[in-house]
Design a protein around this ligand. Structure first.
Ligand code: FAD
Ligand code: ZN
Length: 476
């Protein structure tokens, strides 16, 4: 059976684009291992189509053979959703050869691009045309727009521009039956029935394969300024966010929070980065102001905001970057937290969202709960406060064996954190998705009616359960 399927796949995309373990020279590890190295699967084949028509042929061949498909873009996902399982029976469908920018429409403020385009190349293409594509995350040098849409990625500019969903006007999708849905509309208004685009966005490859998308573009800001502020409490950080919304309006394009322990790890493992103002403050905040007028205007707005914040006791100290290089250096510190944390040792990661107003109470309660249950536990708390999204990560007590900690405590810590998240009306996955890692948690934390509707949609669109099975919805 698999010989016939492999033959059909070779006919669909050309023999050079079907890689298997039968070829002793082929090394499939890059496609089979996830970014966090939490899973190493084994694929029947890695298939690399070069066009939408070829994707459709591959899906039809797999559907006829009853073989499941795992779509993959840049393989930077953090929830084990883009690699095959260990059965050796799944086809890994790599989208990276679909990498053309099909069109830029300046008057409509849109660009139409193929799913395998690397995010950073799209940011660059938009900028070359005089526009901003405002999706930005630390993996942008290798993640693909197809993966960004499949996971509804967030990142650092959501507070102003929304997540990937809000930047997408239309999609082209290969269905689980191998048909092509041509939904590449550049319309901002279209009320002709159910929103299929929003169904595929965030579906993590479980309903179909995204092959292209039409994205919104924005004018490039005239100036962009970054400030770093030390705040006395998380409550103060939340009040500062409200004040920043008031003072900067649509200019507020970034608002990140970083806990003292998280910044201390950057200081310890990357001392050359020179983390400012962290030693005397429980939290620091990174703010970005994108201004459509001028740098002077942006600077005076920032000054007024910080003055008011000082007067109200919301900020104890602050620096405003004097140059683009300084601004980049401040963002680099923020983006180095996950790397510093990895240097410190394995840890239990959470990507949660809570209504912004309730974040201080949530953190106080969960911090205390974890300290009581696991004395000495260390909390690497940072994230996109402007979106109510925290990467609330839990590190072993100093000197403890991190691997043992992960093995013994992960389930316990997850339950403590997720139960508190649920009590605060939050979500257990704000931006990374569900994948395999959180699929078993969903039945505990998702509304049962919503879960039933999700299962019905899966059954209707993918009745053979061949599209990325076991991801999002655990296998029955
Ligand atoms: P992959 O990892 O290849 O796939 C992710 C999922 O999408 C899988 O389920 C896969 O099956 C599916 N998929 C991929 N392409 C398609 C397609 N064309 N059609 C259908 N399904 C598809 N995420 C954030 O949201 N915000 C962040 O700030 C952020 N920061 C990160 C920082 C680092 C250093 C790293 C490593 C990751 C970060 N991530 C972040 C997570 C990750 O980068 C994003 O989820 C990204 O959108 C995944 O894109 P990808 O192309 O790598 O997708
Ligand atoms: Zn994030």
């Amino acid at each position: 059976m698999s010989a016939a399927l492999l033959q059909a796949l070779r006919e669909a995309v050309g023999p050079a684009q079907v890689l298997t373990h039968e070829d002793p020279a082929a090394d499939l590890a890059a496609w089979e291992q996830d970014w966090r190295k939490r899973a190493h699967g084994r694929a029947l084949a890695v298939v690399r189509p070069g066009s939408t028509a070829e994707v459709a042929s591959v899906v039809r061949a797999c559907a006829a053979a009853g073989t499941s498909i795992v779509p993959q873009g840049g393989n930077t996902g953090l929830v084990v959703g883009s690699v095959p399982d260990e059965s050796g029976t799944q086809v890994l469908l790599s989208l990276t050869r679909l990498n053309a920018v099909r069109a830029i429409d300046p008057a409509n403020l849109t660009m139409t691009v193929e799913a395998g385009c690397v995010l950073q190349t799209l940011q660059d293409a938009a900028e070359k045309a005089g526009f901003l594509l405002p999706l930005s995350l630390a993996a942008e040098g290798s993640c693909t727009i197809g993966g960004n849409l499949a996971t509804n990625a967030g990142g650092t500019q959501v507070v102003r521009y929304g997540n990937a969903r809000e930047l997408c006007l239309g999609l082209e999708v290969v269905t689980a039956q191998g048909e092509v849905w041509q939904g590449l509309t550049g319309l901002r208004k279209d009320n002709t029935g159910y929103d299929l685009r929003d169904l595929f966005i965030g579906s993590e490859g479980t309903l179909g394969v995204i092959t292209a998308a039409t994205l919104k573009l924005y004018p490039l800001p005239a100036a962009q300024l970054t400030a770093w502020a030390a705040v006395p409490t998380l409550d103060a950080a939340v009040s500062l966010l409200g004040l920043a919304h008031q003072h900067l309006g649509a200019g507020l394009t970034g608002f990140e929070v970083m806990g003292q322990f998280a910044l201390g790890l950057v200081d310890r493992h990357f001392p050359a980065l020179r983390v400012p103002l962290w030693q005397d403050s429980p939290y620091c905040v990174l703010l970005e102001n994108s201004d459509s007028e001028s740098e002077e205007h942006a600077r005076s707005q920032f000054e007024r905001l910080l003055e008011t914040a000082f007067e109200r006791g919301l900020v104890s100290d602050a620096v405003v970057a004097e140059s683009l290089a300084q601004a980049r250096a401040l963002w680099h510190i923020r983006e180095s937290i996950p790397l510093a944390q990895a240097e410190e040792g394995l840890n239990i990661k959470h990507d949660i969202s809570i209504p912004v107003s309730r974040i201080p109470a949530f953190c106080a309660e969960t911090d205390a709960l974890l300290q009581r249950e696991i004395p000495g536990v260390r909390l690497v708390n940072f994230g996109h406060l402007g979106d109510g999204n925290l990467h609330y990560n839990v590190q072993a007590p100093a000197g403890a064996d991190a691997k043992k900690f992960l093995n013994e405590q992960e389930a316990h810590v997850n339950a403590l954190v997720f139960d508190t998240v649920a009590r605060y009306d939050g979500s257990i996955s704000a931006e990374h998705g569900v994948g395999s890692l959180k699929a078993s948690h969903l039945p505990h934390y998702k509304d049962p009616v919503a879960l039933g509707l999700m299962r019905a949609i899966k059954q209707a669109l993918d009745p053979q359960h061949l599209m990325n099975p076991g991801r999002v919805l655990a296998r029955p």
